[in-house]
Design a protein around this ligand. Structure first.
Ligand SMILES: [Fe+2]
Length: 261
């Protein structure tokens, strides 16, 4: 049986249950996507949350997330994004909060989590220390690997988003190409489905659980498409299949005319 992982990303939660961002009540949209994600069988082996967990820097937002995810009974892993406060995340999420470079072994696969956030910046960067640790880890650990981080390490085709990816993403992609057991790099931040190849390594972005960004847009633009999540099936021989699943419709309409958030 393959491992079944579900990626939920960029929930942008608030301490206030009614907290809205660009017209979306982000707890409500997160709950809707989570319910959809948990409605199919078999139950996932783990949930992966790739950052921008809480938007308003409140402990309450993280506590809600912990309590909600604990209720699923499914193991979960969280990394921070540019909107997260690492100290709050660690304090409230405990061992599920992964920072710097973290390895979790799951049924013959290695899940490697990287903190790509750079304090004070919407963009991301990996430190030399992280890249060195990752190089050593990939040399030692030869099982098929999935790397998870918040920011995108390669351009996704939207000029404004591509200015705030991983500044030194090319270093990460070089490493992946030199270690063919890295099967995919999984990220959030782009609020849209994205899939590409870098050599033999897949690059995968997922819809946010709140509002979506318009693909291939030069400037900030909101897309009408409903929120969703990404499913990944990881096979023992290193094969990986994946798909994006979205709500058929979502009741709230985002503020399409917004120029930013
Ligand atoms: Fe985000």
């Amino acid at each position: 049986m393959p491992l079944r992982l579900l990626q939920l990303t960029d929930p942008h939660l608030f301490g206030d249950p009614g907290g809205q961002l660009l017209g979306i009540t982000t707890r409500r949209s997160f709950e809707s996507v989570l319910a959809l994600a948990l409605s199919e069988s078999p139950a996932p082996d783990a949930l992966i949350l790739t950052g921008d967990l809480v938007h308003d820097e409140t402990p309450v937002g993280y506590r809600y997330l912990r309590e909600r995810l604990n209720r699923t009974g499914i193991p979960y892993y969280c990394i921070g994004g540019n909107h997260d406060i690492q100290s709050l995340m660690m304090e409230q999420l405990g061992p599920a909060a992964l920072v710097s470079v973290a390895l979790r072994r799951l049924d013959g696969w290695n899940l490697i989590f990287l903190d790509s956030s750079e304090p004070g910046s919407d963009g991301g960067r990996l430190t030399e220390t992280q890249l060195t640790q990752l190089t050593d880890l990939l040399a030692d650990e030869r099982a098929p690997a999935l790397i998870c981080l918040h920011h995108h390490p390669a351009a996704v085709g939207s000029a404004w988003i591509d200015r705030i990816g991983v500044a030194n993403g090319a270093s990460l992609l070089d490493l992946c190409n030199r270690h063919p057991h890295v099967k995919a790099v999984l990220f959030g931040h782009v609020h849209q489905e994205f899939s590409a190849w870098h050599g033999d390594c897949r690059l995968l972005g997922a819809p946010a659980t709140c509002f979506q960004f318009e693909p291939r847009s030069r400037d900030f633009a909101i897309d009408e498409i409903p929120p969703g999540y990404r499913e990944l099936m990881l096979y023992p021989d290193g094969r990986l299949t994946t798909r994006v699943v979205r709500l058929v419709e979502y009741a709230e309409r985002p503020l399409y005319q917004a120029g930013g958030y």
